[in-house]
Design a protein around this ligand. Structure first.
Ligand SMILES: O=C(O)CCC(=O)C(=O)O
Length: 243
């Protein structure tokens, strides 16, 4: 059933995939022992500045226990119908006043990384509550079916898809605001059109995004993100067991 929804809509929101306790543990880890925020790079979109930290291989720490967790890997392999591997992970820090992302498909730029097929997807793990006010993700339901549409040639998530087509697609595909609680996790297809608005609230809206490629879609040459290597899947309990 859920595989059908992923195929039909291009996304699935799984409520409480991670518990409050697990998310609080990750937030504590971020505040006390992780260097991830120091590694953030700043970028600009049409609605403002943003900071992003990105890494290609699953980190050998608490982040890795999330991004390679069986709760993510099993359904993702079912949706993409292949063995998957970790393509990269990123944190969007989205601080108060930060901008949003313009409409794009992730395969819009992953295409430039020598991946021949759009057999790729992301998992958007909410670390904070996501609301309209703080710039939650918006998706055009079912828009992954259009295939890849034109984007710029730079390999960044900030570039905008062809606006003439977005305007037409907005008339045909329902725009869904993914409002969610910490621990809720959105699985979405690499061709699903998505964007977000600026954070107009007083709190950060952080997300950990784990991105996956399929083994059979291994980049045909060295490219910006990871090539295939077998995924070391973390167990369900590995987050709470992590010391
Ligand atoms: O965090 C957001 O607001 C959107 C992130 C996004 O669209 C992306 O990383 O591709």
């Amino acid at each position: 059933m859920s595989q059908n929804n992923f195929k039909k809509d291009g996304f699935i929101l799984k409520k409480n995939l991670f518990s409050e306790e697990e998310i609080n543990k990750l937030k504590k880890f971020i505040n006390s022992s992780s260097k991830k925020e120091d590694d953030a790079r700043e970028t600009k979109t049409s609605s403002g500045k943003l900071s992003i930290t990105l890494w290609n291989h699953p980190s050998d720490d608490l982040f890795g226990k999330f991004s390679t967790n069986e709760r993510i890997v099993k359904p993702m392999e079912e949706y993409l119908d292949d063995e998957i591997y970790h393509y990269h992970s990123k944190i969007i820090w989205k601080k108060p006043g930060d901008g949003g992302f313009d409409w794009h498909q992730d395969y819009g730029y992953w295409y430039h990384n020598a991946c021949l097929y759009p057999d790729m997807a992301s998992c958007f793990i909410m670390l904070d509550r996501a609301t309209k006010e703080n710039g939650c993700l918006k998706v055009l339901k079912g828009s992954h079916k259009v295939g890849r549409i034109g984007h710029g040639i730079s390999d960044t998530p900030e570039q905008t898809a062809d606006m003439e087509r977005i305007i037409e697609l907005e008339k045909r595909h329902k725009c869904i605001y993914i409002t969610a609680e910490p621990g809720d996790t959105l699985f979405f297809h690499a061709n699903l059109l998505h964007s977000s608005e600026a954070n107009k609230s007083n709190d950060s809206r952080r997300t950990l995004i784990a991105c996956f490629n399929t083994k059979s879609n291994n980049p045909y040459k060295e490219s910006g993100h990871a090539s295939y290597s077998p995924l070391q899947v973390s167990t369900y309990d590995s987050i709470m067991e992590y010391k």
